[in-house]
Design a binder for this molecule. Structure first.
Ligand SMILES: Cc1cc2nc3c(=O)[nH]c(=O)nc-3n(C[C@H](O)[C@H](O)[C@H](O)COP(=O)(O)O)c2cc1C
Length: 183
């Protein structure tokens, strides 16, 4: 599959087969993530692989009942927690370099999309799980204070792939020269 096909065909997967993810494939996926770009190459993003079923269940409790990814957090063969160190991305000499402050979420977003695309290219699905009680999840994962827990990311072979949700038309998201001018 080429890069464009991978980007266009990837979907959020919330149902997984019990097939294990081989250590070799997981290593390839994580190796791809290592090459994701980051602010001044500060590489603030880190991952925790959560295997213990009890810890997985505890993490599942941090999602609200209505979150459609609840089952995936315990059922996917692999669960990764996406974390980032604060105060690195977007900082120069310990001061924020821009009005946007900490760019760690931005770097984490690039990293997780890199992970999702690398996984998809190898036949695996993922879903970003951002709606949860982040403080409770960080405690379960014993994160130090200088790090934020941002997302949980289940990963495995898709049992089903959802239809593509509708996207905005290009002329609603791309302008020419200045805001609002049609291309
Ligand atoms: C930052 C972020 C957080 C998300 N959090 C959740 C979540 O908590 N639960 C869930 O089921 N999907 C979650 N999603 C998945 C989105 O619902 C999904 O990406 C969107 O509907 C588009 O579908 P697609 O990924 O299949 O293209 C999240 C996506 C992003 C980018």
């Amino acid at each position: 599959m080429d890069a464009l096909e991978c980007i266009l065909s990837r979907r959020s997967v919330r149902k997984y087969t019990p097939d294990p993810v081989s250590e070799e494939d997981l290593a390839r996926i994580l190796e791809a993530v290592r090459f994701a770009p980051s602010w001044a190459n500060t590489q603030c993003v880190a991952w925790i692989r959560v295997q213990d079923p009890e810890r997985r269940q505890a993490l599942q409790q941090t999602l609200p009942d209505g979150n459609p990814a609840r089952r995936a957090v315990v059922e996917a063969p692999v669960l990764l927690a996406l974390c980032a160190r604060k105060g690195l991305a977007g900082y120069y000499k310990d001061q924020p370099a821009t009005v946007h402050g900490d760019w760690h979420m931005f770097d984490a977003g690039i990293a997780v999309q890199t992970l999702s695309l690398a996984a998809w290219a190898l036949g695996y699905g993922t879903v970003n799980v951002g709606l949860l009680d982040h403080r409770a999840a960080a405690e379960i994962l014993r994160l130090p204070g200088e790090m934020d827990l941002l997302e949980l990311v289940p990963l495995g072979r898709p049992a089903s792939v959802p239809r593509p949700p509708e996207r905005k038309a290009l002329d609603a998201i791309v302008w020419r020269e200045v805001h609002g001018d049609k291309p």
